[in-house]
Structures are given as C-alpha cells and as structure tokens.
Ligand binder design. Sequence first.
Ligand SMILES: C[S@@+](CC[C@H](N)C(=O)[O-])C[C@H]1O[C@@H](n2cnc3c(N)ncnc32)[C@H](O)[C@@H]1O
Length: 235
Amino acid sequence: MTPTFDLPSWRYDEASPLVRDFTSPAEVRDYEAFHARFRDLDADVERAVALLDPQPSWIIADYGCGTGRLVRRLAPLCATVHAIDLSPAMLDYTRARAAEQGLANIRFHHATFLTYAHAGAPLDAAHSALALHHLPDFWKQVALTRLHAALRPGAPFVLTDMAWPDDHPLDAIQAWLDGLAATDPAIADALADTPRREFVTADWILREILARAGFTLLRAIPGSANVSHTYLCRA
Ligand SMILES: C[S@@+](CC[C@H](N)C(=O)[O-])C[C@H]1O[C@@H](n2cnc3c(N)ncnc32)[C@H](O)[C@@H]1O
C-alpha cells in the first residue's frame, strides 16, 4: 500500500499540552533558564552540529526547534534551515533572535511532526531534540515515517530524546530523579511529570520505530543519566 503522508482530522492532537504549554509566552521566556538547570544547552547544540556535519549547500530541518539555538547555529553553516515548531511563541522568539544575528536563510514553519509538508528539494539532513516524546508510540512511528520521506537517501538524521533504558528502567528513572533532587529538588519535582504524564518510550522501542521508518542506526550515544539518548541515523 502507498504510504499516506497527508493525515486526516482524526490524527493525534499534538496541540494539547501534556505538561508544559510551549505556546505560552511566559514558558518561552523562561525556557532556556529552566532547561539550563538540568542540561548543557551549548554542549547539546555542538554535539548535534558535529554529528550532522552540515555542508554549505545543505537544506536542513529542525523539528520542534524550540528557542532555535541549533537553527541559529546551523544557519551560517548551510544553505537553508527549516525551523519547525507547533508553538508560534517559540517561532517568534527564534525569528527575533535570528534577526538580531542577521541570519536570513531560516524558513519558519508553524507546523508539527504530523502536519509539516516539506516542499522543494529533499532535506539533506534533519534533527529533533526533546520533542518526539510528546507523541504516543504509534504516532511517533507515523511522524518518523513522514520525516524519513522528506530526506534524500543517505541523509543524516540526529534524534535526541528521553528513552528509558532496556535494563531496569524503573530503577534508572528513580536514580535519575534522585540525582537531580540531590542538587535541585524543585527540578526533580518538575521532571517527575515526564514519566508520569509524557510518552517517553523504551530505548528498544525507539530503535525499532526508527528502523521501521526506514532509518539505519549508525550510533546511539547515551545521555548522562542513561534516560536519554542521541541516535545518529541515516535515511
Ligand atoms: C522541550 S522543547 C525542545 C526544544 C529544542 N529542540 C531543544 O532541544 O531545546 C519541545 C519543543 O517541541 C515543540 N513540539 C512539541 N510537540 C511538537 C510536535 N508534535 N511537532 C512539532 N513541535 C513540537 C514544542 O513547542 C517545543 O518548542
């Protein structure tokens, strides 16, 4: 059967916030300060750039770009960057920062994993960080199948997301939250909503979803507490 890329109205509703409302201007304003309490934002961007290895002629997309740190880092290194996010407030923030930096090769798309319809030449590379776990697993599969279809054969795709380890996942989640609580109890409380209310899946399931979407996994790099991973794939 030919795959369907234009999805019907009964597709999963990506607009309903699970925990944090990324469309809220206050959420956008506080986003980077909040995330800096549990991740190294600059290191995350530099790891993605190194894995993507962008070339000057390339067209690259970032799905769920948030405040656009990676998009703005990639723009001087390639031909065009597509910044995709469901939140107009995140896109406005990214657009304003990009204008301050004089970056003119970023295209902004108020769209989602399930609605972004890539037009023109296929993407030479794609990236997504900490956005896919907002979708239930069936819809992750649909999302990554659509994303794969937007890429040229052989293009790199770098996915960073939460993914529970295959061995003793409950212990790993508890150890992760205990580790956070040791230095920042408020952040541990806030992030406990991730296993409770979001759709983080298991590492083996995410690898299987990537494979069934058509990707070859080249490397999987575990995050510091082994509850997140960066997957370097090839379309
Ligand atoms: C936790 S933030 C991650 C932002 C950025 N990638 C980073 O690493 O900091 C999640 C972002 O993905 C966006 N998002 C969530 N679900 C999405 C979806 N289904 N399609 C597109 N964007 C989505 C949110 O609006 C938000 O900007």
